[in-house]
Design a protein around this ligand. Structure first.
Ligand code: GLP
Length: 251
């Protein structure tokens, strides 16, 4: 199904989409062993990471030459803080596969100067030649990475103030206490996202349906950062029935 510039695929179930996504990533790595991958966090990609670990354990994918860039990190959290996205990635993915540590790229949330840390990250991304394949989730308010809705967007990586909605959505990483969720994060900017050569955005469940409809059908607006993906020529949006309920306009 073609919706504007975005190709939409609706899967029978979330596990089925996750398995297909892991197979796609593994195939991309087999085709280009030095693939540069952009990786999200959150609940959405958990099954993709689980499937990729299983493929690796069966000897079907080798990450030894792959480079990764994670898209965001909470400001003020050191990489070894158990609530950091870095710790999440170690737990769910990195410690189970054979990525070379020097090819794992992350914002350091504990860096003293956020602006300098963003410049460092963007330079690394530039040196790597940009992202070959970017996996994305989407927030219920239409955020991608931590590019939050607002009056304008920033091209480069930047410090983002987190909305209350986004802080609530990640409270489970902080013992379900929203007051413990940092007020800001460092995030990839829209330019880094739009320059990725291929994008797969995953969204599952009814809580994502409104954001998915706004992304696909709505105007391109910084109030829905994901809508800027309409400007990218190679984005696939992978949904389940619940998140895709507004897509065909029939419900
Ligand atoms: C998080 C992350 C995003 C993620 C989104 C959705 O806060 N910053 O990278 O895609 O919000 O999260 P989830 O998959 O848990 O719904």
């Amino acid at each position: 199904m073609l919706t504007g510039a975005l190709n939409v695929r609706v899967f029978a179930s979330e596990p089925e989409a996750a398995a297909a996504c892991a197979a796609l990533v593994a195939a991309a790595i087999r085709e280009k062993p030095s693939l540069v991958l952009g990786l999200p966090t959150g609940r959405t990609p958990l099954n993709v990471y689980r499937e990729l670990v299983a493929l690796h354990q069966r000897g079907q994918v080798d990450f030894s030459r792959v480079t990764t860039f994670n898209l965001d990190e909470f400001l003020g959290l050191a990489p070894d803080d158990p609530s950091s996205y870095r710790a999440y990635m170690e737990r769910h993915f990195f410690q189970h596969i054979n990525l070379a540590p020097e090819r794992i790229h992350f914002f350091d949330g504990s860096a003293e100067r956020a602006e300098r840390e963003c410049v460092r990250y963007d330079l690394k991304l530039l040196e790597a030649g940009g992202l070959d394949l970017l996996l994305l989730g989407i927030g219920p308010n239409g955020h991608v990475a931590f590019i939050e809705p607002g009056d304008s967007l920033q091209a480069g990586s930047h410090r983002a103030r987190l909305s209350r909605e986004s802080r609530l959505a990640v409270a489970s990483l902080f013992g379900d206490d929203v007051w413990k969720v940092p007020l800001a994060a460092l995030t990839l900017g829209m330019a880094g996202m739009l320059q990725a050569r291929r994008v797969i955005l995953l969204a599952f469940g009814v809580s994502k349906a409104a954001a998915v409809t706004a992304m696909l059908r709505g105007p391109i607006t910084p109030m829905c950062p994901a809508s800027f993906l309409q400007l990218h020529g190679n984005v696939e949006v992978w949904l389940d029935a619940e998140s895709g309920r507004g897509v065909d306009g029939s419900r």
